[in-house]
Design a protein around this ligand. Structure first.
Ligand code: PEP
Ligand code: MN
Length: 350
């Protein structure tokens, strides 16, 4: 249930209103917009039945939230959420953010070469897998702790915040300590124990859509993290499994405007895992921006031919730089700006 307050509600009235709701055993979530304030009520709403909410001073209207996801829903929060990553990067709020880096951190040299290359090309967040969710137990599983150390070093040296995947509830604190954003991979989107654990930490979470997950299931997974206390969630469309075999997955372009309609959380797109082919990264990235994405996450490797994972879909550094030069025109057409830091590093302004 949400309560919309009168524009002239006083702080005392607001406090009193929240106290009444909390005394009934529910939690309140305050969302202040320019013109109105919304109080979201979380918990057993039947307990509010006895409360004459509409007669409490400052209340304008009371409305049910019909969606099963509440904290993630646009009804619940007035303004779109901007998620801050590290000291200077952010996702959401009208800018287009580009995250780039290798699928897996393979060694120090390749990570530094990639970090330097993507930074110069205008990426503002570095990605790199330490714990890899591979389909085969015989494939490279990532360097684990050593990769976390290398990522932390790369962050310090190149000034880029880092995002890396966490696979196991037992590693949440360790990964949070070494990174600026924690990624939940497609295969773990419905690992509710992991989502609950991520609700406990205050690091932003990049939540990737499951291979066969509906949009509503993706939002319910975001709700899990939020319900456990962490509201810094960014959603990622990374392609879903369909009957089509010409591409690794099928990029669900429609999910972008649908998510933007349903949630206040930022929505980014991973064209690398969607298409599974370096040649498809640029067209899918452009489509994502045109459909309203807040950002992109792109796999880049200094020499994709020898990559230990996802080489086929990884861009080399010159191809990534060339793509970055073309992005501002699409961003401008979709009403988004590039981050000033990206522009500073030579990304063209459309
Ligand atoms: C990745 O980002 O490297 C990855 C494994 O992605 P996904 O979980 O979307 O397959
Ligand atoms: Mn990958």
């Amino acid at each position: 249930m949400i309560i919309i307050t009168k524009p002239n509600i006083t702080d005392d009235e607001l406090d009193h209103l929240r106290e009444r709701i909390e005394a009934a055993g529910l939690h309140t979530h305050l969302s202040r917009g320019e013109h109105r304030t919304i109080i979201g009520c979380i918990g057993d709403e039947t307990r509010l039945a006895e409360l004459p909410l509409r007669s409490i001073p400052g209340v304008e209207s009371v409305m049910p939230v019909l969606k099963p996801y509440k904290l993630a829903s646009r009804e619940f929060v007035v303004n779109r959420t901007i998620v801050r990553i590290g000291e200077e990067a952010s996702i959401g709020g009208g800018q287009l953010t580009v995250i780039a880096g290798p699928c897996s951190v393979e060694n120090r040299a390749m990570l530094h070469a990639t970090a330097a290359g993507v930074r110069l090309a205008g990426a503002t967040i570095l990605r790199g897998g330490a714990f890899k969710p591979r389909s085969s137990p015989y494939s490279f599983q990532g360097l684990g702790r050593e990769a976390l150390q290398l990522l932390a070093e790369a962050r310090a040296e190149h000034g880029l915040p880092v995002v890396t995947e966490v696979l196991d509830t037992r590693d949440v604190d360790l990964v949070a300590e070494h990174s600026d954003m924690l990624q939940v991979g497609a295969r773990n989107m419905q690992n509710y124990a992991l989502l609950a654990e991520l609700g406990r930490v205050q690091r932003p979470v990049l939540l990737k859509r499951g291979l066969s997950a509906t949009i509503s299931e993706l939002l319910m997974s975001a709700e899990y993290i939020m319900a456990h206390g962490n509201h810094n969630v960014v959603l990622c469309e990374r392609g879903i499994r369909t009957f089509e075999r010409a591409t690794r997955n099928t990029l669900d372009v429609s999910a972008i405007p649908v998510l933007q309609r349903e949630t206040h959380l930022p929505v980014i797109v991973d064209p690398s895992h969607a298409g599974g082919d370096a040649k498809l990264v640029a067209p899918l990235a452009f489509a994502a921006i045109a459909a309203g994405a807040d950002g992109l996450i792109i796999e880049v490797h200094p020499n994709p031919e020898v990559a230990l994972s996802d080489g086929d879909q990884s861009l080399d550094i010159p191809s990534f730089a060339a793509l970055m030069q073309r992005i501002p025109a699409f961003a401008a057409a979709a009403g988004r700006t590039m981050s000033p830091r990206a522009v500073l590093r030579g990304v063209a302004v459309a």
